[in-house]
Design a protein around this ligand. Structure first.
Ligand code: APR
Length: 234
């Protein structure tokens, strides 16, 4: 019986790559095709809202057409079958964790299938395109309907809950993330301070590799199910 009582899992774009969604910083990634400052900051939305909305409209269409892969499914199984607590914190805005069955989930960078009114802060499920002339259902103002995603320069969601969980965890897994974007890139150090065992599962060594006690490298659909099976059996 494995003895871990509280597991925190951090996931990134590499987890959804084999479902057909692009990562950000790989050579064929999203930031090789777009400039962050043009599409992923509050200033970009103020300057050129149509460009920003088009970028996320195409990503919303992309996310709607894909399915969870074996790695998402393995993590949902871990949550279901592990006798202790499991919290998944994802940087991904796609819905693949929840579609695979994960329930204790924090979307720290928001969700592409939700809209956020920049005027009143209301959020609502959103499957179609967003446009600048749409009115918010709650405050009725136009011009502020944006994707409910956290842009560079904005505060990620539910940070207090995340730090509480990191401070109490005994196993921390970082999966499919380059370890370049803070605050998520600093989670491994928080987990280490709590005395947790730390494991990186990624295609290749991440920027933060030296902070992890253990690393397993390979495609997520291969290494994650293998790791979960071993953990559940141990
Ligand atoms: N399996 C596992 N890992 C993979 C796979 C795969 N099939 N394919 C790629 N990877 C790895 C890459 O090697 C890379 O280290 O996934 C990582 C993806 O890194 P990034 O593209 O930087 O994505 P992420 O870490 O999630 O980015 C963090 O940056 O711009 C933002 O807001 C965006 O949430 C995102 C944040």
């Amino acid at each position: 019986m494995n003895t871990y009582k509280r597991i925190v899992i951090l996931t990134g774009a590499g987890l959804s790559k084999e479902s057909g969604l692009s990562t950000f910083r790989d050579p064929d990634g999203i930031w090789a095709r777009y400039d962050i400052n043009d599409v992923a900051t509050p200033e970009a939305f103020a300057r050129n809202p149509e460009l920003v909305l088009d970028f996320y409209n195409s990503r919303r269409k992309g996310a709607a057409g894909v399915k969870p892969n074996a790695a998402h499914e393995a993590l949902a199984r871990l949550e279901k079958d592990h006798p202790g607590e499991v919290l998944t914190v994802t940087q991904n805005i796609d819905p693949l964790h929840e579609w695979a069955g994960t329930r204790r989930l924090i979307h720290m960078h928001g969700e592409i299938l939700k809209a956020l009114c920049a005027h009143c802060g209301a959020t609502e499920p959103w499957e179609g395109d967003l446009a600048i002339d749409l009115a918010c259902q709650i405050c009725n103002k136009t011009g502020g309907m944006r994707p409910d995603v956290v842009w560079f320069g904005e505060m990620p969601y539910r940070m207090e809950e995340i730090y509480d969980a990191l401070g109490a965890c005994d196993l921390f897994l970082s999966i499919g993330t380059s370890g370049t974007v803070y605050p998520a890139a600093g989670f491994v150090m928080e987990a280490r301070r709590a005395g947790a065992h730390t494991v990186e599962l990624n295609l290749e060594p991440s920027e933060g590799i030296s902070s992890f006690a253990e690393a397993i490298h390979g495609p997520a659909t291969e290494v994650v199910p293998g790791f979960v099976d071993k953990l559940l059996r141990s």
